[in-house]
Design a protein around this ligand. Structure first.
Ligand code: GUN
Length: 283
């Protein structure tokens, strides 16, 4: 069997086009465009690339992008003051503080300071709680994009067995919550999990989000399973996911490539969350 490649780029392009299509009516009704503020501290090259792509995509969707670039030695108080300004700014619907933050910054304090109703990253504990309890809020962009890709393959996910590899606040935990909400039976695996291959072999859906290059081997995968690879690992041979792509292609039913799978969906979902925030705030 050869797996179908899930074209995240194409799915993301159609989501972005749909959002861009809604923006003119929002502008006409409110006299303004939805606004996203992105805060970047320091010069981490990967973060700088992400922030540039987010800004470009925001503008291409007809929305306002405001970028705040702060020096690497910025302290927590300065960031908290900026977040307070952005919380109070009526032109800003979404606030994203790019992670990781430098060591001297209290990242938890900064994330807690963001108004949960402008938290388009969905990282604030209020939004994590809303997701866990089925209340409307903001869902982190990467797992949201993964669910959209899974639904493009399966339609309904109800009753399917899913394994999420990784338990981060940004991907693993919200991914598990979303899959539970879709009525999957969910296993969350991590570095202490015993017999990871056996757990993965039992799954109809595998979401790999651990940051270990090519961890998941082809013979760990149930024939026909859908594999979502969230990993973006920079190696000597280029970008590699958490799944051994060549091996998995021969066994899986459908698989996301790296790059061109989950990554583009993350940005498209950020635009979606920003547009949704703007609509909610305009009531
Ligand atoms: N760093 C890596 N991914 C993300 C993300 O989705 N949001 C933010 N704020 N920082 C990140």
């Amino acid at each position: 069997m050869t797996a179908t490649i899930i074209d995240g780029k194409a799915h993301a392009a159609s989501l972005r086009a749909a959002i861009a299509g809604h923006v003119p009516a929002f502008r006409a009704a409110t006299g303004r465009a939805p606004g996203l503020a992105v805060v970047l501290v320091g010069e981490d090259p990967a973060s700088a690339v992400y922030v540039r792509s987010k800004g470009r995509a925001t503008r291409e969707a007809g929305m306002e992008s405001v970028e705040h670039r702060l020096p690497a030695d910025t302290d927590t108080a300065t960031l908290l003051a900026l977040v307070a300004d952005l919380n109070a700014d009526p032109a800003i619907d979404g606030i994203l503080v790019q992670l990781p933050l430098p060591r001297q910054v209290d990242a938890q304090a900064v994330l807690l300071a963001i108004d949960p109703d402008k938290d388009v990253d969905g990282f604030h504990p209020v939004n994590a709680g809303r997701l866990a309890t089925g209340m409307p809020g903001f869902v982190p962009c990467t797992p949201l994009g993964c669910v959209m890709l899974l639904k493009s393959v399966h339609g309904s996910l109800s009753g399917l067995d899913a394994v999420v590899i990784g338990r981060s606040n940004i991907v693993g935990k919200p991914m598990a919550q979303l899959l539970i909400a879709e009525s999957c039976t969910v296993t969350v695996a991590h570095s202490r999990t015993r017999d990871l291959p056996a757990r993965i072999r039992a799954a109809d859906i595998v979401v790999a989000a651990v940051g270990i290059p090519a961890l998941v081997k082809g013979d760990w995968i149930k024939p026909g399973a859908t594999v979502i690879d969230v990993g973006i690992n920079r190696t000597e041979t280029g970008l590699v996911g958490d799944v051994d792509f060549a091996e998995a292609m021969a066994v899986a039913g459908a698989i996301t490539p790296v790059p061109g799978g989950v990554g583009p969906m993350t940005i498209a979902c950020l635009l979606r969350n920003t547009y949704v925030s703007a609509c909610r705030r305009e009531g």
